[in-house]
Design a protein around this ligand. Sequence first.
Ligand code: MN
Length: 254
Amino acid sequence: MNAGTTAKQAKSQALFISDLHLTEASPRTTSAFLDFMANEAMQTERLYILGDLFEYWAGDDDIEHPYNRRILNAIRQLSNAGVAVYWVPGNRDFLAGDRFAAESGATFLPDLHDVIIGNRKIAVAHGDAQCLEDPDYIKFRMMVRNPQWQQQFLSMPLEQRKLTIESFRKDSKKENETKSDSVWDVTASAIDDVFSQTGAAAFIHGHTHRPGIHEHGPGKRYVLPDWDLDGADKRGGWLEMTADGQFITHTVSQ
Ligand code: MN
């Protein structure tokens, strides 16, 4: 290693990622993530994972799976190196719990959290709670976010939980085929609420897979891209808040 011989660049203040949908079935996306964690993510003060890191998470006993252990270890290495790792779980990995946090060194944040970074107030969320035009999804979200439902679900054997999640996903895929385009995006009034509740200058979220930067009065809304290096339409990337407080979008190299 030649650390110390190269000029030290100012570390960025934060990087933001979401919607990697990591699964053993996507080896290229997995490598791109591990590469990002070993390189770019080591050059920042804080990493924010804004949900749907995993394709799905059936419960912390699944940490034992070698694939999941690899992903967890990559987070552990980053936190061991002094990078503060924060995770807002998404609609696919909200069952990640205390054991995952303890073993990875990541700190879980509530969905919609605000923080001051470099004198600026930044709000972060996964983004599904701001999509209000799908009543079926809102009902489903209320059910699965209920602590009693979660306790009951987590008391089932792991394999049974995985099968249940697979069947939820099959159902939602079928329903989604008939849904109009607007249900896939955030609702304007929900975005107004985020800015007025938090007083943030910027709101960063994922979930919609519609990366972009939107003006919102004096504030800005940054939508993170999803990652897929295994399919035909290759994509992925992250948002950087530089040492001097600028936001820069980065695309993953293919
Ligand atoms: Mn999502």
